[in-house]
Each structure stands twice: as structure tokens, then as C-alpha cells.
Design a protein around this ligand. Structure first.
Ligand code: ARG
Length: 428
């Protein structure tokens, strides 16, 4: 009785949706199980109905009969999750372009790298990324080409060039001698120069602002504990960015720079390596998420030298890697919001999911690790109404794996099916 009704057009679809909608699904995915990342549970036997790239229903498979004419994707041997999200990528850089190697990469080459790395990242199951630092607004062009369907890649939110001090970690080129006269894209000193640089980035199409409030591992001549930008400068940057509706991601390793960034109103702290109880409390109180790239240290220390990482950077990595992981455990225990971000490009693109098992090793449950790369990432990126969950009305960004990621989170390293906006990019 039910089945015959369902097969007869409009009523069938109304029932399927649970309300009198006029949706006409064009694709159905029969999933062995789906992950409800919000509730933290795996639900067996669900069918996902998709219309024009949007999820229109998620129903127990036993209650659905699929109309003839609709496409059926059989994932009954797989577990389906929302597309994964990485809040800290550099798609326009390659993992063998560290140190002096970076000096011979032209902007056209970086752009072509971006096209290649966008495809690799999508194939790995990451359907949305926040790209935090790229030269020449090539990230804006990459984002737009992907959004227009001209090339394959994840949905991108992009920052354009990072903004920072003269000689700073995320803005300047500290490798060439003075007589070359090279100052990089995002250098700005003092509140008004910083405001001008934020305005320029907004003018050329960025979604967010990236800045640095301390030195970094991979930049020449910067120190992890050294503050870059005064509190006054950071406040001007955040104020200007927020005036234009742009969030601010702040790279910070040292404690003082982390504190400044939180006080200035940063929307996320990247790396967040040297955490004290005081700044953990501050992050919690202000609701500032931490994006801690705790996989990458392994790659830098084993492969870094061969890919050009400077000796001073290897030295800094040896100093920070383990401490950052301990900070991760403490911040997680304290209940700070932690969002998945990996710093891809420092290690090879496509290996992003290797970080999940490290997040579990350092204190998260698999469900928490998956949440950090879905709902929590979507919240930070401000796109929670479009992606990050398998739910009616959201984009059909879906990945599938064999097995239960809540039992073994490392299976996310082997995503076997990828759909973005209803389009299949990878099949088992
Ligand atoms: N881009 C970062 C920096 O240069 C990479 C830090 C990698 N190390 C780490 N332990 N997370 O500072």
C-alpha cells in the first residue's frame, strides 16, 4: 500500500520528505550507515535523497522505495559522512617547496599547483577548506574557478596574502638579502597601514583575513615566542576586518601572541602551541576556537630536510612539536572549541586525514575528532547552514568509507567515495 502510493508521484515524495513538499529527488544514496556528526552516533541503513545538489531527505532505507528514473548510488557496504573540512590549508604551495626552494616558485606556477592540489584534496574527502595565506590573490581565482565548476576542488574560503609585520612570519620574504629589495604582498606596519591592507584584501575578494601575531617555524629569522604586531595593531586589524564582515585567523605559537590575538577579538588561533592555563581559560571565556595542526610535526622532522626546510626551522620544530601536542591535550580537556586544521602544503596534500588519529591519540574521542572537521569547522567558517552535516536543506557534500570511523578514525585516510554538491568525484 505504502509502496504503491510512493511510486505514484507527488504523494510519494511528500511522504518521503515528511511534509507536503514539492521536491523531486534526482539521486538517492543507499547508505549502509550514516554518521550523525552532531549527535555523535552512527545510524544504520539510511537513504539520502538529493535534488539539484541539495539533500532533501534522510530516511530509514526500509521506508523508501526509489522511483524509476531517479539515479541510485549503492553505498550499502559503506558508512557515509558529511564531506570533511580542513580549516588550515595552503593549496597553492607544495610540500617540496620549503626554504630556499620557495624562491623559484613563480605566481603562475603556484596557481597551477593550486589547481592540482585542489583536486588531490577533494579526492581525499575534503569538500571544504579554509585557505589561510596565498600569494597574489591566486586563491581567489582558484576558489572562483572551483565554484563555477571549471575545475575540480573543494569549496574554498580564502584569505589572500597573510597580513603581517616587516620581516614577519606570514607576510614577508626573509630569505633574500636587502639589496634585492623584496617586500612581500601582505606587509603592513601600524594600525592605518594594516587597515589599508585589510581593505585591499577585501577589495580583491577574500573571505577572511589571515595574520600572524608571533614568529613561526618555517620562516627565516623569526622566533616562536616573539610577538609580531602590538595589541593596538591587532585590534585595528580585527576591527577593520569585522567592519567588512570578514573573520580573522591569527597564527600564534608563543603565549604572549596567543593572548594578544584572543584579546583583540581573533576568530581563531592557528597552531596555538605554547598554551598556559591562563590563555586556555581566556580562549574558553571568549569562545575562541583553536586550530592546532598536530600531525605536521612528524612530517617536518622526517621529510623536512629533503624538501628544503631550513636548519633553523628544523631546530624550531624540535622545540615546538611535542609541546604543541601536550597543549592540545590540555586545551581539549579544558573544553576549548577545537577545529580541524592541518597546514597542508607543509606535508603532501591529500594526507590531511592523518591528523584524525593524532587528535584521538592526544585526547579526543573519534566522534570529537570528526565533529572538529565537520560541524565545528562549518561554524568557524560561517557556513553551518550549508555544509558540515547530513541533513535536509544542506549541500550534498558526502564521503564514504568502509567501516565505522567511530571505531577506527584512521579509516578516514581511505575515503572511497566523494560527492560535492550532488556531483560524484570519486567512486569505490
Ligand atoms: N606554518 C607553521 C609555522 O611555520 C607550521 C608549524 C608546524 N609545526 C607544528 N608543530 N605545528 O609556524
Amino acid at each position: 500500500m505504502l509502496f504503491s502510493l510512493r511510486n505514484s508521484g507527488f504523494f510519494a515524495i511528500g511522504l518521503l520528505l515528511g511534509h507536503a513538499g514539492h521536491a523531486d529527488p534526482d539521486t538517492y544514496i543507499r547508505a549502509g550507515a550514516i554518521v550523525d556528526v552532531e549527535a555523535g552516533v552512527v545510524l544504520d541503513g539510511r537513504t539520502i535523497a538529493i535534488e539539484d545538489g541539495v539533500i532533501v531527505a534522510v530516511t530509514p532505507s526500509s521506508e523508501v522505495s526509489i522511483p524509476s528514473g531517479a539515479g541510485l548510488i549503492d553505498l550499502s557496504d559503506y558508512t557515509v559522512l558529511p564531506g570533511l573540512m580542513d580549516a588550515h590549508t595552503h593549496l597553492l604551495s607544495d610540500s617540496d617547496d620549503h626554504g630556499l626552494n620557495s624562491l623559484v616558485v613563480s605566481l603562475p606556477e603556484a596557481t597551477i599547483n593550486g589547481v592540482k592540489n585542489a583536486a588531490i584534496t577533494l579526492q581525499a574527502g575534503f569538500t571544504t577548506v579554509r585557505n589561510v595565506g596565498a600569494p597574489g590573490y591566486a586563491d581567489v581565482a582558484l576558489r572562483d574557478a572551483i565554484a563555477a565548476g571549471e575545475i575540480a576542488g573543494p569549496r574554498m574560503l580564502v584569505s589572500g596574502p597573510g597580513i603581517g609585520i616587516t620581516g614577519g612570519h606570514c607576510s614577508d620574504n626573509n630569505l633574500l638579502p636587502y639589496e634585492y629589495g623584496v617586500t612581500e604582498n601582505g606587509v603592513a606596519d601600524g594600525p592605518w597601514a594594516i587597515r589599508q591592507m585589510v581593505r585591499q584584501n577585501v577589495k580583491f575578494g577574500v573571505d577572511l583575513i589571515k595574520t600572524c601575531s608571533t614568529g613561526g617555524v618555517l620562516s627565516a629569522g623569526t622566533r616562536l615566542d616573539a610577538v609580531q604586531y602590538t595589541l593596538e595593531e591587532l585590534e585595528a586589524l580585527v576591527d577593520e576586518a569585522h567592519m567588512h564582515g570578514r573573520k580573522v585567523a591569527v597564527h600564534a605559537h608563543g603565549t604572549a601572541g596567543i593572548r594578544n590575538a584572543i584579546l583583540a577579538g581573533a576568530d581563531s588561533i592557528e597552531h596555538a602551541s605554547f598554551l598556559t592555563e591562563e590563555v586556555i581559560e581566556l580562549a574558553k571565556e571568549r569562545g575562541t576556537p583553536l586550530v592546532m595542526d598536530i600531525y605536521v610535526t612528524e612530517h617536518i622532522l622526517t621529510e623536512g630536510e629533503a624538501s628544503g626546510v631550513l636548519p633553523e626551522s628544523l631546530e624550531k620544530e624540535r622545540e615546538v612539536g611535542q609541546i604543541q601536542r601536550e597543549s592540545f591535550s590540555r586545551a581539549h580537556d579544558a573544553g576549548v572549541a577545537m577545529v580541524f586544521g592541518t597546514d597542508s602544503a607543509v606535508y603532501p596534500h591529500g594526507d590531511n586525514a592523518r591528523q584524525f588519529s593524532r587528535m584521538v591519540q592526544f585526547g579526543m574521542t573519534p566522534a570529537e575528532a570528526v565533529r572538529s572537521a565537520t560541524v565545528l569547522a562549518a561554524d568557524l567558517l560561517g557556513v553551518g547552514d550549508q555544509v558540515g552535516r547530513i541533513a535536509e536543506g544542506l549541500q550534498a557534500d558526502l564521503v564514504a568509507v568502509s567501516g565505522n570511523p567511530y571505531e577506527d578514525v584512521s579509516i578516514l585516510e581511505n575515503v572511497e567515495f566523494v560527492m560535492k554538491g550532488g556531483v560524484v568525484y570519486r567512486e569505490p
